[in-house]
Design a protein around this ligand. Structure first.
Ligand code: ATP
Length: 334
């Protein structure tokens, strides 16, 4: 059995109270003979910045680059940008994955179960903005190579799900840049045998509120993906329970979508579902799809039996919810 090296960054706020649960979940998987994990912890975030003058110390980055197979990152406060952006670039994490699905008992606008596959390194996020007097403009960068990598990953995910994908751009206005992203994406999906359609981003936003069940895998550019992921999270009710993945060809990083939640830190009431789902996405990426599905089912079963932290209107503490989840998961894995 292979041993996977996991770098755990607890982060700020509620992060340090959630990190031990992530460790425990990996131990459960190990005890059930699914995989072996070697876990090391490293600092990053606001507290680290105060103590060392750096939000992302060199040693943490070195461990992520040269030791870890995957990074499990907790929420980070004000210094989030200084932690996430260098990790994304240095580990070459070309794609962002944001699953959004409804959970039992979690209020949602509409039922949905989709994954947004978002280009993660280019578009207007290259940060090339210029001004001259009253004129200001930004550079939008798209390359065929990067689009191809993202589209290939979308194809792989689509084949594991329904076999269909929706490409989202604004290629009627941005004919050259969005046009290139659309053309390459269509080529890759056709070659991979994935059924696909194209939608303009304005129509996609409307449809995601009106009839989200029509989407399964949404392949889109960096800026549109940023906006659509929050829209999907809000409509599915998963803003507080969602996790996301930043994936490259070699490495990947997994994190909860929520922030450091300083207002409830240290009170033992944080909802651990996004941390549990971060671990779920990581084991899925490492090749244990069955374990991911069991984790998701155990979360659903725990909510269905009424276990809920205060943010979902319940009275369970973080640890009490986790205990219910763990019992469910162990039953599913036995
Ligand atoms: P950021 O700018 O880092 O995203 P934020 O304050 O906008 O920070 P969060 O830190 O995610 O966003 O907090 C938003 C609200 O959601 C807060 O009231 C917080 O307590 C709540 N919240 C976030 N995560 C959780 C969680 N895991 N469990 C319970 N409540 C949470």
């Amino acid at each position: 059995m292979r041993t996977h090296k996991v770098l755990l960054i607890p982060g700020d706020g509620i992060g340090p109270e959630l990190a031990p649960l992530a460790r425990d979940l990996l131990q459960v998987l190990e005890d059930r003979g699914i995989a072996r994990f070697e876990v090391r912890e490293a600092p990053a975030g606001d507290r680290t910045l105060e103590e060392t003058g750096e939000a992302l110390p060199r040693e943490t980055l070195d461990l992520a680059k040269n030791w870890a197979d995957a990074v499990l990152k907790g929420p980070v406060g004000e210094s989030a940008r200084d932690v996430v952006i260098p990790l994304r670039r240095e580990l070459d994490l070309h794609t962002n994955l944001r699953p959004a699905f409804t959970l039992p008992g979690v209020p949602a606008v509409r039922e949905m179960d989709l994954v947004i596959v978002r280009e993660n390194l280019e578009d207007v996020y290259v940060g090339a903005e210029y001004s001259h007097g009253d004129l200001a403009f930004a550079l939008k960068l798209v390359t065929a190579g990067q689009t191809r990598r993202v589209a290939r990953l979308a194809a792989r995910i689509a084949k594991e799900r329904s076999g269909r994908a929706t490409i989202v751009t604004k290629s009627n206005v941005l004919r050259v840049t969005d046009g290139l992203f659309r053309r390459i994406s269509e080529e890759v999906l056709s070659r991979e045998g994935v059924e696909h359609e194209h939608m303009y981003v304005d129509a996609a936003a409307m449809e995601m509120v009106r009839n989200p069940r029509r989407f399964d895998v949404v392949l889109t550019m960096n800026l549109y993906g940023d906006i659509l992921s929050d829209l999907a999270a809000q409509v599915s009710g998963s803003l507080g329970t969602a996790a996301s993945a930043n994936v490259g060809d070699v490495k990947a990083m997994f994190e909860p979508v929520h922030g450091a939640a300083f207002d409830i830190a240290g009170r033992g009431v944080a909802n651990p579902i996004s941390t549990i789902m971060s671990v779920g996405l990581m084991v899925d990426w490492l090749g244990y799809g069955g374990a991911y599905r069991a984790i998701r089912k155990a979360v659903e079963a725990s909510l269905s039996e009424g276990a809920r932290t205060p943010d979902l209107g319940g009275g369970y503490s973080t640890v009490e919810f986790y205990r219910v989840f763990k019992r469910r998961l162990e039953a599913l894995l036995s």
